[in-house]
Design a protein around this ligand. Structure first.
Ligand code: PLP
Length: 379
């Protein structure tokens, strides 16, 4: 244990407290922020929002990007655009951050949990397909859950810690079953599945720029899509549904105030310029952690799944069992090195306990054994 703490201290060249993930502002952040402030366009409109949306769409290879206040809002609006409504059901994975399931609940829909794969820690296409074949049927081009008679409207896989899940297989299954695919790509900016960027396989994809993500605007999010109509609707729904007019306030539906302020976008344009540097730094960190952990038989650094390129947003190790995990968590946190267990399964949280679920053996296995290690970009 002491060896692990010492190693992480050498990685970060400090004996002080080492956080799990801290943001880095090393480029044009202050310059653009000042430009933004000087322009007085700090809020709802401004050139940085437009510029960010264009640059982001180009980077991930989607036709449109719509910037919003945070990743949760991006998911919420994506699900609304997927026409998820009161009484619907949405399939997702239990191993995720709570925002995924909260967004489903905001739409008045209920989550259904299918298992994850052990290698990617993301949704298992096999588990998804088994669930559908056993429990669902297609009526009028809709997927109906035979037990509840509800429509399964959407499916939301998540790319855990930046490791892409088997998204092309999931996409095919969703197509067969008339289910709209919405990707929670909050953690996977810079991650590719078979050379295609994560978040661009679904009808809609949602990203987050919270303070702990690979790039940040303090808070922020973005919705991506190739569908022009959906992109326009996304803008409309996130900007109080105000109709363009020189001076009148006319709004045609109940909508949200979810737009990203120009101030945040200015920070984000600068952060995008640093992304390649951040990705390279994370990859070199992975290499060093991987080499270091080869000396322990029962601790393995989780690697990007075959055929993918992960952003390695958060480094994660797999321990032998829960006792080993707890020992590592306890020792490192006691000694100034911040580590965290993977999330408690959504299916075990009070508000989602009564949601339908499949066998979740893999998610349960990972829940007891995965620990995140300090992953900040090193300069
Ligand atoms: C960070 C995160 C979100 C939500 O993002 P916020 O910007 O914090 O609202 C959603 N899903 C996952 C998996 C995340 O990690």
């Amino acid at each position: 244990m002491q060896k692990i703490v010492n190693f992480i201290q050498t990685l970060y060249n400090t004996k002080e407290f080492i956080p799990l993930h801290e943001p880095k502002f090393i480029g044009n952040e202050k310059k653009y922020l000042n430009e933004c402030i000087d322009s007085t366009f700090v809020s709802s409109v401004g050139k940085f929002v437009d510029r960010f949306e264009e640059e982001f769409a180009a980077y991930v290879g989607s036709k449109y990007a719509v910037a919003v206040v945070n990743g949760t809002a991006a998911l919420h609006v994506s699900l609304r655009l997927a026409e998820v409504q009161e009484g619907d059901e949405v399939i997702t994975q239990p191993l995720t951050f709570v925002a995924t399931c909260n967004a489903i609940s905001y739409c008045g829909a209920k989550s259904i949990f299918v298992d994850v794969d052990l290698d990617s820690m993301g949704m298992s296409p096999q588990s998804l397909e088994n669930f559908l074949e056993k429990n669902c049927e297609i009526q009028d081009n809709q997927c109906i859950n035979k037990a509840t008679k509800k429509v399964i409207r959407a499916c939301v896989p998540m790319h855990t810690f930046g490791h892409p899940c088997k998204i092309d297989e999931i996409q095919k299954i969703c197509e067969t079953w008339h289910i709209t695919l919405v990707e929670d790509a909050a953690e996977s900016l810079g991650s590719f599945y078979k050379n295609k960027h994560t978040g661009t396989f679904g009808k809609l994809g949602a990203f987050s720029f919270n303070g702990n993500k690979i790039i940040t605007s303090g808070g922020g999010g973005v919705i991506v899509t190739d569908d022009e109509v959906l992109a326009k609707k996304a803008k409309h729904l996130t900007t109080t549904a105000k109709l363009p007019h020189d001076y009148e306030y006319i709004h045609d539906i109940v909508a949200y105030n979810y737009r990203m302020p120009n101030l945040n976008a200015s920070l984000l344009v600068a952060q995008m310029e640093e992304l390649e540097k951040f990705l390279a730094s994370k990859r070199s960190l992975t290499e060093e952690y991987t080499n270091f952990f080869t000396q322990f038989d029962d601790i393995n650094l989780i690697q990007e799944p075959h055929g993918t390129r992960s952003n390695y947003w958060l480094q994660a190790v797999l321990l032998k069992d829960k006792e080993n995990r707890d020992a590592l968590l306890h020792y490192t946190n006691e000694n100034g090195v911040m580590t965290r267990p993977i999330w408690k399964l959504m299916s075990e949280l009070e508000m989602f306990r009564d949601c339908q679920k499949t066998d979740l053996s893999n998610a349960e296995y990972l829940q007891e054994r995965v620990v995140n290690l300090p992953s900040s970009v090193r300069l």
